[in-house]
Design a protein around this ligand. Structure first.
Ligand SMILES: NC(=O)c1ccc[n+]([C@@H]2O[C@H](COP(=O)([O-])OP(=O)(O)OC[C@H]3O[C@@H](n4cnc5c(N)ncnc54)[C@H](O)[C@@H]3O)[C@@H](O)[C@H]2O)c1
Length: 273
């Protein structure tokens, strides 16, 4: 892949074999767009072979062909994380196709806005099925494969600052993401003996399809930015950079962690400007 790094006089071409994830195979859920797609791109830049999965096959296929056009090894699968048997089949197929499975990113997620008191059971169940139970299905099948391979592994779960703090009008989402935090810690505890780490990434926010309509309202966007000491949302590429570090060999001793990526939003300061 042609990624060019301009390091002063020594302008050099970076090839995947030079990346931190070269020789690794990664499967990312919900990777057709947004944060998952940015993680797929970054992992490919770092040299990983990537299984791009999404319930929206068109989006996954588009992302995978973009990666292949840049010279990466990537393939798309349709995978709805709520469909347990599809998860089992796709994880097996992808691992067979990519020479194993070293990294799982549980990224697929949805939100339905609303308070706890007004939350409809159908909305509650929908969020839990994707954001929590879906991650459980993927974790089980991916970890079983990693254990059989006996070469360690990385489980990376995309939580949220909502995993840690109650957030207004996001009741079911907060509960699901808090559940994902404990799923990550349970996986860390049970799998450390196999050299498999499990960590939760907690972004505060980046503009993607999940929140684009809401954040198109300048009043809401400026209120949100005023609550972030850094004064801005993250970019999806910044979140992907953290995922790449946690996926790398350098992060082998980090497990059961919550890596907060929030421009200071959860510092807890009463005021900052
Ligand atoms: N964008 C943010 O501000 C933000 C902040 C914190 C956490 N997150 C989390 O990041 C993750 C990615 O979100 P995003 O912002 O990129 O959203 P997005 O809507 O842009 O992308 C989500 C992707 O997940 C896929 N998906 C949805 N349900 C699925 C299912 N059942 N099975 C498989 N794929 C499914 C969608 O098709 C889509 O491609 C989510 O878990 C979200 O909760 C996002």
């Amino acid at each position: 892949m042609n990624f060019v790094s301009n390091t002063g006089r020594h302008r050099q071409r970076i090839t995947p074999s030079a990346g931190r994830l070269s020789g690794k195979a990664a499967l990312i859920t919900g990777a057709g767009r947004g944060i998952g797609r940015a993680i797929a791109v970054r992992f490919a830049q770092e040299g990983a072979a990537v299984a791009v999965t999404d319930r929206d096959f068109g989006a996954a296929n588009d992302a995978a062909s973009e990666l292949r056009d840049s010279g990466a090894q990537a393939r798309a699968w349709r995978m709805d994380v709520t469909d347990r048997s599809a998860v089992e089949t796709v994880i097996d197929e992808a691992a067979d196709a990519l020479g194993g499975l070293d990294i799982l990113v549980n990224n697929a997620g949805i939100i339905v806005f609303g308070s706890l008191m007004d939350c409809k059971p159908e909305d509650w169940n929908k969020i839990m099925a994707v954001d929590l139970t879906g991650a459980m299905h993927c974790t089980q099948f991916a970890a079983r494969r990693m254990i059989r391979q006996a070469r360690g592994g990385r489980l990376i779960h995309i939580g949220s600052t909502a995993s840690l703090l109650p957030t207004a009008e996001q009741a079911a989402y907060c509960v699901a993401k808090a559940g994902l935090r404990m799923l990550s810690r349970m996986a860390a505890m049970e799998l450390v003996k196999h050299g498999i780490t499990s960590n939760l990434l907690c972004p505060e926010g980046a503009v993607t399809d999940i929140n684009r309509d809401l954040l198109a309202d300048p009043a809401i966007m400026s209120k949100l930015e005023s609550m972030i000491p850094a004064g801005r949302m993250a970019t999806v590429e910044e979140i992907a950079a953290l995922a790449a570090f946690i996926a790398s060999d350098e992060a082998a001793y980090i497990t059961g962690g919550e890596l907060v990526h929030d421009g200071g939003a959860t510092i807890g300061a009463l005021w900052w400007r």
